[in-house]
Write a protein that binds this ligand. Structure first.
Ligand code: RM4
Ligand code: MN
Length: 383
């Protein structure tokens, strides 16, 4: 139990700045009271999540949504709040020029502009002390014949190589894949195999990030996790839940068992370390944002605790004996354990309140931001 607690105490989950802004669907964005109006306020909200959970000390930025005049100053502000800057997320999907793609666009001038943005993101890493660049491309085509599938891979490889060469000591990039949307016929980085192949060609500073919402229904995500970890190419996660497509609901809400299976493979593969970034990539469209993040961090923590409880010796013995039901029962025993008392105890040992949701509700922070953050433009997608 001491080992399990030590592992849980060391766990780090990164929250995304965009979770603290307004979001919605293409049908409607519902504004919420007290929502942050700039990156400085987003960091203040993220600091509350860390204060209540004790395991969310970094915040991912999205550029240009979090564009500021002085990034070193933003990093300083974060430090003062007790948090740090995590991954820098590039954005080459919200400009008119990118209608036919960004780094895979048939027009070399657009490709140049997109790659320049990625290089600018590395400059921001330098200024903030971030060690991770996250690359997601919406690039793809809607109609057969619209563009050359193979040439687009060449263009992607060329841009990635330029960014890779710009990475400094201790910096890396994570290449994200997504099955479809906004491209509907063919996406240029649609799956982990494509991302993996590009990363392997580039070198060890290029790794794959698994966004749990970016797969076809029924995909065995834990297999992908096991494979990538075995090859030393699992850079991290973008955690969220999906029922249908890229729903971006709270991690562990749709399928806590899947999250447990993923965390089991992480632990089995030695991935519960700082080398793997455990990030949330979510939006809270109808639920309050800060509590939504706290709940999500707790969901990952609970799945991790259950996965740590798996009796690996008993599992190995059952597997070696070909005991199908016995092996399955070992996993299910861990999954079916109520870990909430253990986590409450751990939090008290860490000097935290046992229930982070109640701690936030009682903190008065929401009342404070609702009163203070009046006027101005609330943050949201498309800043
Ligand atoms: C994308 C992808 C990226 C995230 C954006 C907001 O679908 O998941 O990781 O930065 O959405
Ligand atoms: Mn993502």
């Amino acid at each position: 139990m001491t080992d399990i607690k030590a592992a849980l105490r060391a766990q780090r989950i990164e929250t995304p700045s965009w979770a603290y802004g307004n979001s919605g669907t293409r049908f409607k964005v519902f504004a919420q009271q007290g929502v942050s109006r700039d990156p400085y306020e987003k960091l203040a909200d993220a600091a509350q999540v860390h204060a209540c959970t004790g395991i969310a000390p970094t915040v991912a930025l999205h550029i240009p949504w979090d564009k500021v005049a002085d990034y070193a100053d933003l990093a300083r502000h974060a430090r003062e709040l007790g948090v740090g800057i995590g991954a820098i997320n590039s954005n080459v999907f919200q400009d008119d020029d990118y209608k036919l793609g960004s780094v895979t666009n048939p027009d070399p001038a657009v490709r140049r502009k997109a790659t320049d943005h990625l290089l600018e993101c590395v400059d921001i890493m330098d200024a903030t002390g971030s060690d991770t660049l996250k690359l997601w491309f919406s690039d793809g085509i809607n109609y057969p014949g619209q563009d050359d599938l193979r040439a687009r891979q060449d263009r992607l490889a060329e841009s990635l190589a330029e960014v890779y060469d710009r990475l400094g000591e201790g910096q890396r990039f994570l290449l994200e894949y997504k099955l479809f949307e906004p491209a509907f016929y063919a996406t240029d980085v649609p799956d982990w195999g494509t991302a993996y192949a590009h990363c392997v060609k580039l070198g060890p500073k290029a790794q794959v990030v698994v966004d749990t919402g970016h797969h076809a229904p029924g995909t065995n995500i834990e297999f992908i996790v096991a494979f990538l970890l075995r090859e030393g190419r699992l850079g991290g996660f973008d955690f969220n839940s999906r029922f249908y497509a890229d729903d971006d609901l709270m991690v562990g809400a749709a399928d806590p068992f899947q999250l447990f299976r993923i965390m089991y493979e992480v632990i089995r593969g030695g991935g519960l370390t700082d080398e793997v970034a455990f990030m949330l990539d979510q939006c809270h469209n109808i639920e309050p944002k800060i509590p939504g993040q706290i709940r999500s961090v707790m969901n990952v923590q609970e799945a991790t605790a259950k996965a740590l409880l798996v009796d690996r010796d008993a599992l190995a013995a059952a597997q070696a004996a070909g005991d199908v039901l016995g092996a399955n029962a070992v996993l299910m025993d861990a999954y079916n354990t109520d870990v909430r008392p253990l986590l409450a105890e751990l939090r008290e040992e860490m000097g935290l309140a046992p229930d982070p949701m109640a701690a936030y509700a009682g903190s008065g922070y929401f009342e404070k931001i609702a009163a203070e953050r009046v006027g101005g433009q609330q943050a949201g997608w498309g800043a």
